[in-house]
Design a binder for this molecule. Structure first.
Ligand code: BDR
Length: 345
């Protein structure tokens, strides 16, 4: 189950979730974040259709606002509709897109959808556990574990993109996903289930550079010379992906000064599930700053183990694996392989 708020890199996470060979995507819940709930629901459904996900995988609209704070949007990074600048995605009113939405798109179906997915897969211990992935604020997941505590035993791991070790991107110390709903993140961090955090320290190494973009547009092409033209996209899907990455690249250049390309933050969550060997991680106590004057939403990573008192994944223990290194080439090979599975040429 993927909980996403649908921006550009969230779209690439959906692509990987559909096309990684050992991942079985059960569904998507959307959550407040970069754009209106209506846009994020539609965007997730548009991606599922564009990426040829099996028809039974659907989008469950989720929380429209954080647990206690005021909702934030991020048009500066993802455009007004959450997928700014993307050309060639199917339209939201396409019946094939609408068929991917649970209900009529109005919020509130996420908890029910997650409960169904976990209980039917876990089947009271007769089946298998589910990995819950978050590529946005963790409001839906915090609500889910609060409303359905008995289903937590059906979850084997939470994997989330968010936080930073000593750095932020939407304040001096807070990363956007955690900053949007810090209380929700703390609730999830306290659940006594394994967690893996993919922080910006690592996602900032997954940069879509021009050579990677060239391979995406036209596999096997010669690397585009610096300043020279990129190859032409050989299929409509590859064109669509290049416009998605192109918009994100401009946002990152303008806002954060990334000159080599944009980081594919959210796709790393799924890459971690498919190929954990691409990452090195260390286990720490992680909490979220909920009351700081300058540091609300900071992930406080207890590198020298001041605070954990037991070995649990819950409230008193080293509750989280924190990724600290990525095999960047291995990740982009997986990314390009997934595109090739979605769009064979
Ligand atoms: C996170 O914030 C969003 O803009 C991205 O989609 C990613 O999930 C990075 O801080």
């Amino acid at each position: 189950m993927l909980s996403t708020f649908q921006g550009h890199d969230d779209a690439t996470a959906i692509l990987l979730a559909v096309h990684c060979p050992s991942v079985t995507l059960l569904g998507i819940s959307t959550v407040h974040g970069n754009a209106s709930a209506e846009n994020t629901n539609n965007n997730a459904a548009r991606c599922l259709y564009a990426f040829a996900a099996p028809k039974h995988i659907r989008v469950c609209p989720g929380a429209k606002k954080p647990l206690i704070r005021v909702e934030r949007h991020d048009p500066e990074i993802h455009g007004i509709d959450g997928l700014g600048g993307v050309e060639g995605l199917p339209r939201a009113d396409d019946p094939n897109v609408q068929a991917r939405l649970v209900g009529d798109g109005t919020p509130g179906r996420a908890l029910e959808g997650m409960a169904k997915a976990v209980s039917s897969t876990w089947n009271n211990g007769q089946g298998s556990k589910v990995t819950v992935v978050s590529s946005g604020p963790m409001t839906n997941i915090a609500l889910f574990v609060s409303v359905y505590p008995d289903l937590v035993e059906g979850i084997d791991e939470f994997v989330f993109m968010g936080g930073g070790v000593g750095m932020g991107n939407r304040s001096a110390s807070a990363e956007f996903n955690i900053l949007c709903d810090p209380e929700a993140a703390q609730i999830v961090l306290d659940v006594p289930v394994k967690k893996t955090m993919i922080p910006i320290n690592v996602t900032h190494t997954a940069i879509v550079t021009r050579p990677i973009l060239s391979q995406l547009l036209a596999p096997g092409s010669a690397p585009a010379p610096i300043g020279g033209p990129l190859p032409k996209a050989i299929t409509p899907l590859r064109h669509m992906l290049s416009t998605l990455i192109g918009f994100f690249a401009e946002s990152y250049k303008y806002t954060f000064g990334f000159i080599d390309g944009p980081p594919l933050h959210d796709a790393l969550t799924i890459a971690y599930i498919e190929k954990p060997e691409l990452f090195t991680c260390k286990r720490y106590r992680v909490d979220v700053e909920l009351a700081g004057t300058h540091t609300i939403g900071e992930t406080v990573v207890d590198v020298f183990n001041y605070r954990s008192v037991d070995n649990s994944w819950g409230r008193h223990g080293k509750n989280c694996l924190v990724a600290d290194k990525l095999d960047v080439d291995g990740f982009f090979q997986l990314f390009l392989d997934c595109i090739a599975r979605c769009d064979p040429v």
